[in-house]
Design a protein around this ligand. Sequence first.
Ligand code: ZN
Length: 466
Amino acid sequence: MDEQTTILQPDDRYLRTARRRAQERPESGQPLWLERAQVKEIMDTETGRHLAAASVMGSAYERLMQLRMEVRTRMLKSDPLYRCSICGVPVYICRAQEEFKFFFRHQEEDGSCPAQTRGGLSQDEIDARKYNGAKESKLHRRMKDWVCQCLALDGKFESIEQEPTWKGKLTGDRRRPDVRAVVDGLPIAFEIQLSTTHLNVIAARRDFYQREGGLLVWLFAEFDTDHRRMTDDDVFYNNNLNAFVVNQKTVEASLQAGEFLLDCAWVLPIKGGGHSGLHKRIVPFRELSLNPATQSAYYFDYAGAKRQFEDEINAEKGQLRSDFEAWMGATGYHGANSASQWDEFRIRLRRFGVELPKYNNHIDRELLTDLYSAKNNRPWGQRQKHLVEVAHRVANSEKEHLTWFMHAARHYGRADSMSEEGTPGLWLRRLKELRIEYRQTPERFEPDRRAQALVELLFPELRPLP
Ligand SMILES: [Zn+2]
């Protein structure tokens, strides 16, 4: 038996002992904010705006995992993204104990802020303490040997070293990656993710290798849907949703193939939002895309596929907008095929989450015509000549549309030209009257919001609607 085969004795008991309890990921659309959290509001340092913690956390898990990394990275660089609205201390995103909710924690706390965020451990910290075991470090050593062995048999890697000192040329900082190798001139730091590496350690390493022009590649002993830890997600969601596993199977396959193979796990984006379950395949390292700028190594380009879906969706929305506009402007609405055309629009709009009434005479047609008129600078789908005629009609008999109509008129730059139309000075006088009327009975001018979702989809440029 030679050296290579002895290293491959079946030995997965370390893995078994390290196996973790299954943790459900939050379903898409579920709020991710921990409601009882102390910090309710934070300040965005880029804009100076105060934001509700609930809306920053949002309900998109993928986005939050990326934001968590960014917040940590910026805090490490002493350029925090968010500060506590009350005391101004930088805050970062933690996962709550035992439930999949997130909260903001002060970077440090001296008791001067009424929000107390540092009592007790976050789930991240519990994980970090729980999984630091001697058994894992045995597996750790084994995995480092495996990686070196696979790199050595693959002819493309140079300067393969285990735990070398990597001294930053630019920063002067030092790191000691598990394994270092150079491929096509790109220095790669392989780190084995067994015991939970805390998010701020991950963020600091990413930042170091990014600045030094190297690439950090995380390797897992296992990666599956049910037993992923928070920090596994921190790596996965910040690596273009790809993860790599090195285990006995991949080492055997590498030996057979004569090159470094990894078990890759990835997901596919779903058009319209979310992603698939894990896909897996054993792939050669040479087939991976390596991107030091984003510190990602991936087999499947999730971000690229997602962008393509988004482009397609935007094109479909654009087509739908112009078709609907043309239909409202021409004879479509009153035409012979009005009902079947309406059904088609209903189906197309439903795909974007907008539900139209069953019959077309149940929509707020006046509101849409008013807005299309402002957009096109002439009455849309009507016989009148000037936009100001629409304005007078809205002012006289559709007060519940006036706020949005004027918002649109300002947005499309019609406010001045409209007052020049018709009887000189008439519209300006009418506006003065309307202002007085508004002060007396503002409720009559409250926009009718039943068609808001439709208006927002058809007129994205008018968002946010007053
Ligand atoms: Zn505070």
